[in-house]
Design a protein around this ligand. Sequence first.
Ligand code: SF4
Length: 437
Amino acid sequence: MKYIIETWGCQMNEHDSEVLAGMLADLGYKRTDDEMDADVMLLNTCCVREKAESKVLGRLGLLKKLKQNNPDVILGVCGCMMQQPAMADRIKKRMPHMDLVFGTHNIHELPQMINEAKASRTTHIQVWPEQGEVKEGLPIKRTHGIKAFVNIMYGCNNFCTYCIVPYVRGRERSRLSKEILVEIKDLVNDGYREIMLLGQNVNSYGKDLQDEGDFADLLKAVNEIKGLDRIRFMTSHPRDFNLRLVNTLASCNKVCEHYHLPIQAGSSRILKKMNRGYTKEEYLELISQIKDRVPHASITTDIIVGFPGETEEDFDDTMEVISKVRFDGAYTFLYSSRPNTPAAKISEQVPQELKKKRFQKLLALQNSITEEINKQLIGQTLPVLFEGTSKNDDTVLMGRTRTNKIVHVSGHAELIGKIVDVNIQGAQMFSLSGKII
Ligand code: SF4
């Protein structure tokens, strides 16, 4: 029996797909890349922006032909998009060739849901309205052999006014630290060198638990694990990124000096409308605390352009922050109205053309900064963990510095999984090149 999983969206979704693959492997299924060869096909969806949703709907439409050519295949669709109210019924009505629809809260029920879908003559829907307990011990089939995703918590309580995540991922639930530490120790025993601690807002870790400590305590404990080389974490929220955490980052030698700290906008007026819980000044103060204690830290961010009501002055504030902070990189997005979010109800929506104009201006500034920062690394020797070969050339190795810079070198595949010193000799927008020392 064969399975195929297609994943959209963030690392949380990628990791959920590793869990779905783990359960299918436990049922005896083998992975295939050929959809005509599949017995089960799952689409793990994202709905953080409208574009992501239309891509999924387009893909689901195309699967009608596959079902006609391969009637025994079980076609399932899950993830954040399916967790939205009424979405499952919409799929059932418009895409009757889909056999199974489930959400983000009950992926652990996959084995049973596949049997129920096989027995059902129509689209089988299993979407839990509310999140349940954190499920431990689910099988995981990881896509990478050197670095691994480890969930530390699920959901988000922040309710930023533009964001649909709290409505589709539920309330914050932290895993017990002992479960997280055992999982990481097992991964290190299996040869993993790098761990990415995952959560919608990792800085809230432990707030919902008794006597479990907070994110800084968890980092210290993970940092003690013998044989582990590198620790990364995603995603942080500036509101919960306090000085104690900054000092912990500076003192934990395995925590890589790359911090992804979404600011979303540079104007305090817009940050208030976004319910982000910090001002421009507070964000800049946090950045200076980080740069003070971890001078060579690489900091990246997320920025939304064209939030409802954004004026030219507000946008200038964003451009000013970009120039001041000099981020190593920024994921920039056009504001996309999401159903049932407060921001979608704000009347002063920014015209698409104006959004695009501002977006291009912001991108040009940020890209020039990214390139300048990368060029400053030429001549330096940096430790690189090789993760595999380059996408375009398998005689070229690809790895990352601790500051999350992608590095390409010519080298032998036996170096994959090793941390090697590389002298940086070239810099491009999104990667560096160098020579092994
Ligand atoms: S912190 Fe805000 S943007 Fe991030 S997932 Fe939570 S609600 Fe969404």
